[in-house]
Design a protein around this ligand. Structure first.
Ligand code: FE2
Length: 309
């Protein structure tokens, strides 16, 4: 039987309707104006409600959320996102990494990420968050290893870049290698694209080449990200063979300004004689019916030496 999981990204689910002017000094003022002018019409709660109706979370081993739950990372937005996560499902079944909007400016941990810590936690470490770096995170479900990497950190105004810090970069190779030795299908998920040169300069992962080199040298079976609000499929070559690098658009977008309409991806993974069979099943928001409907489907062979069980 194949194992199943899903990825959604960039829901930007919070409302800034009640925001006070004093919360908007610094970079947040620009983000607020962008929300007033554009984003509140593009990112819609009714789209997320339709996604949730389509999701069938109990049938999934894990739901991955690749960041940007908020617009400008205010504590009130973290609370809204925390409420949304809790009504969506159990933290053991939903794993997230933050995005650049969530880390818009430096903020108090207790008022922000502490509210999401169970959803960012590795296996066995829920409830132990103390503000220490929880990434790279690791959750193992059957033959699947989900490895979360954070690229979110405050950047200057107008910049939507990200950076993976040195501590994560130093821990990632060992994690990827250990999971490979255990014969697991490694899913690495992060907000920004780890492919150098693919994203616009203003939106890039500043040390994409360092992350890319680690994947190249240590291998993975699948890399997932968001951030660009566009669907992408790339393939990269690693020590262990080809790895798909897949981006999903925003989970809440009406697609009003040339961005892709909301979508999320479902995946199935099954072992075969040559390694793994990966099924990719896009679910796309249909504006007419107001529901998510089946989109593009793809089967990809991930060739790997099969370890004895
Ligand atoms: Fe982003």
């Amino acid at each position: 039987m194949p194992q199943r999981f899903a990825q959604l990204s960039d829901p930007h689910l919070s409302s800034l309707e009640q925001v006070r002017a004093r919360d908007l000094f610094n970079k947040r003022a620009l983000g607020y104006l962008s929300w007033r002018r554009k984003r509140r019409f593009e990112h819609r709660p009714e789209v997320l409600q339709a996604l949730q109706r389509n999701l069938e979370l109990p049938k999934l081993d894990q739901l991955l959320i690749t960041g940007d739950l908020t617009h400008i990372g205010l504590p009130s937005e973290f609370r809204q996102a925390s409420d949304w996560l809790q009504q969506l499902g159990d933290a053991r079944q939903i794993a997230l990494v933050p995005g650049n909007h969530d880390s818009c400016v430096r903020a108090d941990w207790q008022q922000t990420y502490a509210l999401w810590q169970d959803y960012m936690a590795s296996d066995g470490s829920a409830g132990q968050g103390d503000g220490a770096q929880p990434f790279p995170s690791l959750r193992v479900r059957g033959q699947l290893a989900f490895i979360g990497l954070s690229t979110a950190c405050p950047k200057p105004p107008l910049m939507a870049t990200g950076t993976t810090d040195a501590e994560q970069l130093s821990r990632l190779p060992e994690l990827l290698t250990r999971c490979a030795e255990q014969g697991l299908f490694r899913v690495l998920y992060l907000h920004h694209s780890p492919l150098p040169g693919v994203e616009k300069w203003r939106k890039r992962l500043t040390n994409a080449s360092a992350v890319h080199d680690i994947i190249e040298q240590c291998g993975a079976e699948l890399v997932l990200h968001g951030h660009g609000h566009r669907a992408h499929y790339h393939e990269m070559t690693t020590r262990d063979g080809m790895v798909p690098v897949i981006a999903v658009p925003s989970a809440s977008a009406l697609g009003l300004h040339g961005a892709d309409t909301a979508r999320y991806n479902r995946y199935s993974v099954e072992r075969d004689n040559d390694g793994w069979q990966l099924g990719i099943d896009a679910r796309c928001y249909d504006r007419e019916s107001g529901e998510f409907t089946p989109g593009e489907q793809r089967e990809v062979a991930i060739r790997r030496p099969v370890l004895p069980l």
